[in-house]
Structure formats: C-alpha cells, structure tokens
Design a protein around this ligand. Sequence first.
Ligand code: PEP
Ligand code: MG
Length: 747
Amino acid sequence: MTNISMLEFNRIIQGAALAESAEQQVQLIVDAISEVIATDVCSLYRQNANKDMALIASHGLAQGHPFIIPANQGLVGRVAQSRHSINLINPDELADYYYVAGSNEEQFHSFCGVPLVQRGDVIGVLVVQSRRPQALAPEQEAFLTTLATHLALLLASLPAQLCQPSRPLLNDYRNGISGAPGIAIGRARVRRAAGLANAAESTAEHIEQELDAWRALKSRVMAELKQERHIVEQTLGDNLAAVVDAYQMLLDDPGFGAHITDAIKTGKVLPWALKLAVSYFSELFKAMQDPYLRARHEDIEQLGDKLYLAWRGHGPEVMAPEDGSPIILVGDQLSVSDIVSLPIDLMVGIVCSAGAALSHISIFANALGIPAVMGVGELSLSMGQPLIVDGDNGQVIIAPSDALITEYQSSIKSQQDVARRFAVNRDLAAVTTDGAKVTLMANSGLQADLLPGLKNGAEGIGLYRSEIPFMVRQSLPSEADQVAVYREVIESYKNKPVYIRTLDIGADKPLPYLPIVEEDNPALGWRGIRFTLDNLQLLITQFRAVMVAAAGRDDVHLLLPMVGSTGELNHAIELLDESLKQLLAEGKNVCRPRLGVMVEVPSSISLLPLWRNKLDFISIGSNDLSQYLLAIDRNNPLVGRLYDPLHPAIIHEILRIVRCAQDCQLPVSLCGEMASDPIAVLLLIGMGIRQLSMSSSKLPLIKWLLRATSVSDAEAFLTQALTMDNAQDIRAAAETLITKSAIYLDG
Ligand code: PEP
Ligand code: MG
C-alpha cells in the first residue's frame, strides 16, 4: 500500500465516532488502521497511573488477560521514553524486546510504534506489527503519526477503567486532586446514589397537585436539613454546621423556588422541574471564575439529589460499618449528609470521583482533619476494599501491599503532630515572628459564606463579589433588594471593614436576564466597569444601595473592577458623586464610602501615580492580572497548566504596584487566589503587603504560615526570587523557607 489518502483517514475517525462505547470506539480504530495499512496487528497502549503501558485494544494480538508492559520496558517503553517513533524488523532479536506470555507476538517480525502525546506528555503508544520482516514505508509511518495526534485526544478522554486491568492490581495508584491533606488507611464504604440525573421528563396531569407536592417536599427536606444541622453542630461543632446552612439557604432562595414552580406551571412534573432548576443554577455557578464559587455548583446538585431522594420516599442513606474498622467514604458526589450518616470517629478518609479542592466536602474534610482526594474519576470498588488515601499528593492506592501500609503508617504518625499545632494557631492573630501584623480577610459573594469567614477568623470582607447575588436571581434586584443584601453583609461584620465590588459581569459571568452579546474574546470585551458604565443606571442604583446600607458605618469600601483608563475612573467617580448628591437631597443620612480600584488590567499600573488623589486604596486582583500579563486564559484547559501566578513577570509587576502604592501612600491589599498560596504569600509579605483577602477556608493555613515566618526571611526570599527566571526555581527556593517555618513551629 503506498498512498494513504485523507479520505481513509477521515473514514477511520468518523467511523469510530459512531461507536456506542469507548471500548468499541478504540477497537474500531485499531481494526480500521490494520486494514488500511495492511498489517497483521494494530494495538493501542495507554499509560496507566503506574506509568505502565496497558493494552486497551488490539487487532491481531491475543488479549484474554491483563496485558501490561511495565514502565520503560520493551519497545513500547522505548517509544514512550524517546518520544519518537520506532520502525524496524525482527524486534525479538533486540535486547529490550519484552514478550508478554500468551500474546502470540512471536509470530510477528516487524514493529512500528508511534507515541501518543498530549500536552507534552506521552500518554500511550500505537503499534503495528506484521508477519513479514519488512519495515513500514515512510508514508505509512507518516500516516500513523498523523493519526496518533487524533488518537491522543481521544485517549485522553477515555474512562480510566479502560486503561486498567479488570482485577485491582496490588498497589494500584489512582490520581486525583488533593481535597484535604494527610494520609489515611482504611476500608472503602461506597456510597452509590440514584441522583436527580435519573429523573425523567413527563407532563404533569394535575398542576395544583404537583405544586402541593413541591411545597410538601420543600418543608420535609427543610426539616431534614434542620435535623442534620443539629447533628453536625453536636458532633462537629457550630463552625461546620454553617455548611448545612448553605443548603438551607439555597432551598429557601426565592429564585430557586420560582424556577421550580414556573416549570410546574408550564406542565412539568416535579422531579423534572427540580432537574431543570438544579441544572440552571449549577451551570451559573460552574461559569464563575472564582474557584470557590465555581465549586458551589456541587451544593446545588447535592441539594437536588437530596430533594429527589426525598421525593422518591427515601430518607438519608445510612451506611453502618460492618466490623468497626476505619472507614474511607467513597462516592461520586458526596455531601455533608453522607458524612453525618457515618460514625464520625471511624471515618478516616474520603475519596470522591468528582469534585475539586474547593468542594464543600473538601472544606469539611479539611476542618475535620480527614484526608481527602477529589476528582479521581470513576472507581468501581467493592465495599470493604482496602485503600490508602494520600491527601498530600492527591492519590488513592487500591489494594495496598503490607509493605506499603507499613510505610504509610509511619508517615501518619509524624503528620499527627503537625496537624495539632495547626489547629492551635487558627484562633490567634496573624503576626510574623518579627512582629509584623497582617490583616487577613475573607472573599465572599454568597450569604452562606459570611459565617464560615467569621468562624475562621476573618478580620473583614476584603472582596464582596456583588455580582453573585445578581446571578442567582431571575431579574435585576431593585435598589431595596440590594440594600437588604449589602446590609446583611455589613451587619454580619460588625466593626470590621467590608469591601464591596461593583458588578463584575460579562465574559464568564453573564447575567441571563441582561443582553450580553456573543464576543470573540469575552475576557477582553464588555465586562466589569466597561459594562456598567455603558449601563450606568445599574451603577447608580448599586452606588445608592451600598451607601444606604452602609449608613452609620465608616468602614465600608467601594471597589471598581477592571478599570483600565482614566476616563473610566473619572466617569465612575462622577456617578458616585451624583448618587451621593441624590441621596443627600432625599434627606438620607449617608456618606461617601472610601473608593478603590482592582488593579487587574495591566494598563492601570502605569496610571496609579496619576490617580493617587482620586483613590483611597487599591486592591490587586491577581487572578485577572495574571491572565492578562501572561496572555493565558485561566479557564482554558489547553493552556491552564501554563497559568502560574509565580511567573517571574507577575512577581516583578506586583512589586512595581506595591512600590508605587507605597510612594503614593495608597493602602494596598491583594484579593486574588495568590493570597492563599503559601509561596506567593511569602513573596507578598516580602514586598510589604500587609492585607490579604482569600476564600475563608484558606485563612487558618495562611495564618499558620505567617505566624511561623519573619518579614526579614520573606524579604530575603523575595530578593532571591527576583533573580530567578522561572516559577519552578522560585518554588524550589521557597521549600527551604517553608521547612524553616515548620521547624520554628516544631520548636
Ligand atoms: C481577580 O481577578 O483577582 C479577582 C479577585 O476577581 P475575580 O476572580 O472575581 O475576577
Ligand atoms: Mg478579576
């Protein structure tokens, strides 16, 4: 076969797309390749978590048993290691030939393997073999290489179990995301939920009856949640009970209720109406940029499952342990109810197929000191399966060997001391070892966040994302609605400063009820202050509402998002002054809040000295600032791993901002994710930043770090970091300092 046309190529890819399952898809591909290039064998290997190459589909090789080529072994290993194709004859005469017993490979005398690469890493190998000792022609090899780029994308999206043998191997590692640190050894207690996803669409015969059923369901689940809160409060403390409050608030939210009743009124049955409402709000949260708020979509989904279970007549599922051995709770999307249904003293670890580091279940696990690994993908585990949960490295080890268990047991022992000290520091002030006080505040946007922030010692709200209450509604809130929301925020933080950011909508945070147009580059488009100045009635109402809510308080601040030019700043100031004038003319006892800008659009940096008399403070929005300085969309998974706020350019630029603020005597804080990254915090303290705002769950960690660090060490680290040209070296250098801090705490 000489010329392989694009037609053949498309036929293979399109034919496979019609397959009903992933297994069938890969099998169709290897069958088709072997036909097109007329070889006896075509095999697809996928690297598993152990870095071994597992055969996932083959045309021509006998595969009736687990077929694994150990990491870096054989010709397949050589292709993976060299990241280059190998095309040769008589492979069995080579020293690194690896024979899998029973595979029938001895019959084949040519071998061509090409690597499958995704984002710079080899994830598999495509191999063709023939009986005749004849190497592939160059155009055939080129064809395989082209096909391999497509296969890599497909392979990366296949379910994990395709790459694993059906029986659990000894020490079978699975990778996820660290949800809570620490190591646990125990037995799996698997939670299988028949969730709301299973609800089917059908038409309601009696709308009034469905509405009654909704009201009854709501009050029943509300009562269950109250009971759950009580249990959590008794067993885990008031602090964690606030998480259950979040479910209660969501259930009680008028927007959520209206969605359900509206759907029922259009003839939908209750479970379908629930499903529509849950997916609507879940999508809203998923679209949010802030990782903490984005993770809140799980709360909505868990509430939906809870409502659905209750509708089907099942109460909370109780999973009693059988033999009193330590429990590792394993599930798809676990909720607080799953935790409270188990004896808390036996629960040592959590593994969640879905979820992320900021899921509520991770926050719970962190607060309880229970190691957790999130997002491991589908695991088909049986009840009682021995597991190790390595929350530090985001790994789960299935069927660990005795030797591995002994090794992990000794790590657990040494970690217990550190954990004890961590808890003690949580209630103390954030003062460095050489006496510098750092103000630690919480980022918020949901009413449900207010309490956890206070409970974790927040000294104020450093960033209130006012767009969030707008996003969970179905129409614009009135001035009075807004006053009520802001008043609750301000009053929750008595005698503590609150920074309310004006609407930062647009781009990834659209309001469904406002006309936001499709844009080619939404992150560079009509968002933040650009949007609200074009719709200045929104800004005026919001300025008025904040001032009315803040009456009698002098510690409420207004923060403007995405300001990049003097014209924008002047226009916003003009509108603020006009709003104040209106309220005073109406006889309201209000005053002008302190005004600042988020420094997140790079063009604002050079203008700061010229704005010194217009501003009362600045707050660095490191999330957007990083995305714009690096020209990397922080939400695009293709480039996500390049998004690193420790990139030297960002460190230098933030230092420039801090120095400028110091020269202009403008108070400066930072409210992006960097504020909760320990290494970044050391650099920021070294620069002179003394106010940070972060997700409330991160406050204790950062307080612990600050109390163990001196400003002089942080300054020395900054000086060193400024000489480095890449983030990896900066991280490595930070290790010495963090170890020193840990030693300080060890006394
Ligand atoms: C930021 O950009 O750093 C920030 C705090 O704002 P947001 O994440 O809401 O865009
Ligand atoms: Mg921002």
